[in-house]
Design a protein around this ligand. Structure first.
Ligand SMILES: Cc1cc2nc3c(=O)[nH]c(=O)nc-3n(C[C@H](O)[C@H](O)[C@H](O)COP(=O)(O)O)c2cc1C
Length: 302
């Protein structure tokens, strides 16, 4: 019998596999297909203070090995989530509330509202800061530290995950900035900024012109960044970006992740997460790994 459980910031997860924010809604549709209590946790769609309808369509485009999305944080708002979805998710697994804002005060208010209600808050800092001409909070180390500090100051009990953007000069510096701001854990990567073009119309495929790139093709970039971030700080790291199978999970764990999130692959295979959990279990059995934590950071550099 192998042991897949992990403990992050004192919170026990039955296994390290978590569907990623924005690719699993609030779990209800997937719960009609399988028992989502098999999951380590669920990361919710990004929550804002008020309901958001998101961007006009087209907001998803396909490209080889990846997709692009410009969904624009469509969500029912934090109060609706607390009223309608929280109890449903809590009855089944750990809940990571992904939160988004366009000002520091938005982040502060949402964190204060969710404090004590969820297992973790995951700060999506890839959102445009309206006060800084639309530059995302997650780009410069100074603003990473500031938004982390504000969110952390609003939290009394719930641990804070800061989700790093890959569209940055130095992932190590931004990881350190999040640690200095008071983050309890890091997650990465969010989507890379990209574009897809329709040669017939000579226009970008996405209404928004650009979008976030995710899926199998981003895995090598994500792995390198997880490796760098986990070596730049002493914080636990949740790795993601292109995970499609159990062996991908093992790669992320070896690079330094304590747990992982699976995003885009949920769209190509609804049963992606339970299959990946079983593949991870089988890998451990066939490779003599008794406890999944033995894999974290066990990479041997050449
Ligand atoms: C359609 C879609 C919506 C997403 N929405 C969010 C979101 O609301 N908040 C967030 O932090 N990340 C969001 N993400 C990013 C994913 O959580 C994840 O970081 C990224 O897709 C990389 O993982 P993957 O390659 O396994 O998809 C979204 C991704 C996709 C594809």
């Amino acid at each position: 019998m192998v042991d897949l459980s992990v403990k992050i910031c004192g919170v026990e997860f039955k296994n390290p596999v978590i569907p990623a924010s924005g690719t699993f809604g609030f779990g209800r549709e997937f719960a009609e297909i399988y028992d989502i209590s098999c999951l380590g946790a669920v990361a919710t769609k990004g929550l804002t203070l008020e309901e958001r309808l998101g961007n006009p369509v087209p907001r998803i485009a396909e490209s080889r090995g990846v997709i692009l999305n410009a969904v624009g944080l469509q969500n029912p708002g934090v109060e609706h989530f607390i009223k309608e979805d929280l109890a449903f998710l809590k009855a089944r697994t750990r809940v990571i509330a992904n939160v988004a804002g366009s000002s520091l005060s938005d982040y502060e208010k949402i964190c204060a509202r969710l404090d004590g209600l969820v297992d973790f808050i995951e700060l999506n800092i890839s959102c445009p800061n309206v006060k800084c001409g639309g530059m995302a909070f997650g780009i410069k180390p100074e603003s990473v530290k500031e938004v982390t500090r504000i969110a952390k100051s609003a939290l009394k009990t719930t641990p804070l995950i800061v989700k790093l953007s890959p569209n940055v000069e130095s992932i190590s510096k931004n990881a350190q900035a999040a640690e200095e701001g008071g983050a309890d854990c890091l997650s990465l990567i969010n989507t890379l900024t990209g574009m897809a073009i329709d040669v017939e119309t000579r226009r970008p495929v996405l209404f928004n012109n650009t979008g976030g790139v995710s899926g199998a093709g981003v895995k090598p970039i994500a792995l390198r960044m997880v490796y760098e971030a986990s070596h730049a700080t002493s914080l636990p790291v949740i790795g993601m970006g292109g995970i499609c199978c159990g062996r991908d999970v093992v790669e992320f764990l070896l690079a330094g992740a304590a747990a992982v999130q699976v995003g885009t692959h949920n769209f190509s295979d609804t049963l992606a997460c339970p299959k990946i959990i079983e593949q991870l279990r089988r890998f451990m059995e066939t490779h003599g790994v008794e406890h999944v934590t033995e894999l974290t950071g066990a990479l041997k550099l050449n």
